[in-house]
Design a protein around this ligand. Structure first.
Ligand code: FAD
Ligand code: MG
Length: 355
């Protein structure tokens, strides 16, 4: 996938050519087969640092509902962005080590889930890792390899144990017990936003929809005007950007992929990608190219896709065996390896294999 540059090019990124090329390059694509007799309404916009699209059945109010969804996505970006100095998250990162900060409802809800998953994944996914992410700045013009001393200076304290969430009369507050903690919710905010938009659509009577936030796909109900499952194409991580490797068949679920092949820079022939191992502070190294997670909660799928990429295949499988007990919902995953092979935890969700 094309690399994003910083906020300075944000307006430019909205141009339609870029949107079309990014949609084609998404790690996950929603595939439509056959012609549709009934009509749908859709909207695509660059928000949350990526191309987002939502499609719902066409009604008298569908256009206004889509506009409301995108207005909410733009609002959520101002809450969660680690790249916008005026976001709520940036304000929290500036002061929460000095005194507890009262959080908005959305930030409190996402942070509560993120801390829970960080503990469950034994910090393979850890939202406290923001200072290390900023050292690398992968995906931006200023990406670089930090000195080991810079990593050592922040890494030991950039951990979830140093984040304290509390409920008080004023609301949920957060306090960092170390100045080295900086929140980064980039690995989970698209998932949360998808769940949030799905709830908004359902509250407005929508029974069938597809929400695609930069390849973070959440489906509502069955495919438009049919009783069929949605067909979701997973990109071949070893192939070109538009090559589909597997087609999943799902309904009412989310599919989220985390990969090492989309956002990276190269130096002296070495590729440095954006998913960091919280144990080393370096881009994670194992035999995985990407992991796609399938479950009802897009928040959980997003965090787990990142966490599994860090854990590696065996630890992820062990986690999944426990996960139904721990989280109370069925989770499946598809793992793509660097030798071109793949493994799935549930072959019944795989409809087809592309050549
Ligand atoms: P995921 O695997 O889901 O997430 C990887 C990201 O999570 C990394 O980029 C890093 O930020 C963080 N991370 C790395 N390792 C870990 C770990 N072990 N545990 C937890 N987190 C980790 N991109 C731009 O280029 N410009 C923008 O202005 C911009 N604004 C954004 C605003 C919002 C609200 C969001 C949600 C994203 C934005 N992005 C922007 C994209 C963002 O910087 C991340 O690159 C993106 O969210 C990564 O998502 P992913 O699905 O590719 O990978
Ligand atoms: Mg993720």
């Amino acid at each position: 996938m094309e690399q994003f540059t910083g906020m300075k090019n944000f307006e430019h990124k909205k141009n339609i050519t870029r949107i079309v090329s990014l949609v084609l390059c998404a790690a996950i694509s929603v595939l439509f087969f056959g012609c549709r007799l009934n009509k749908t309404d859709s909207k695509t916009e660059f928000v949350l640092g990526t191309v987002c699209s939502i499609e719902i059945p066409k009604t008298k109010t569908s256009a206004a509902l889509l506009e409301a969804c995108f207005s909410e996505l733009r609002r959520l970006e101002k809450v969660f962005s680690a790249n916008d100095a005026s976001s709520e998250l940036s304000a929290v990162n500036k002061t929460a080590y000095k005194a507890p900060v009262v959080l908005s409802e959305n930030l409190a809800a996402l942070l509560t889930q993120a801390l829970d998953i960080a503990h469950k994944t034994d910090k393979a996914f850890d939202p406290a890792i923001g200072a290390v992410v900023k050292l690398w700045n992968i995906g931006f013009d200023t990406a670089r390899i930090p000195a080991q001393s810079e990593i050592d200076n922040v890494l030991p304290e950039a951990i979830v144990e140093n984040i304290k969430l509390e409920n008080s009369d004023a609301g949920t507050t957060v306090f960092f017990t170390s100045e080295k903690v900086k929140l980064d919710l980039g690995a989970v905010a698209k998932g949360y936003s998808a769940d949030y938009i799905a709830a908004l659509l359902k509250a407005n009577g929508v029974k069938s929809a597809v929400i695609n936030l930069g390849g973070n796909v959440l489906t509502i109900g069955k495919k438009f005007f049919t009783n069929d499952n949605w067909k979701i194409g997973l990109r071949n991580p070893s192939g070109s950007a538009d090559s589909v490797k597997l087609i999943l068949s799902i309904s009412g679920k989310s599919v989220v992929t985390s990969g090492i092949y989309e956002r990276y820079f190269e130096k002296n022939g070495v590729r440095y990608h954006h998913v960091l191992d919280p144990k080393t502070g370096y881009p994670v190294k194992n035999n995985l190219m990407s992991v796609s997670v399938v479950c009802e909660s897009s928040t959980y799928a997003d965090a787990l896709a990142t966490g599994f990429l860090v854990m590696g295949y065996e630890k992820s499988i062990a986690f999944l065996k426990q996960s139904e007990k721990m989280h109370g919902e069925k989770v499946d995953a598809v793992f793509f390896f660097d030798d071109g092979s793949w493994k799935s935890t549930n072959d019944s969700i795989i409809l087809d294999m592309a050549k």
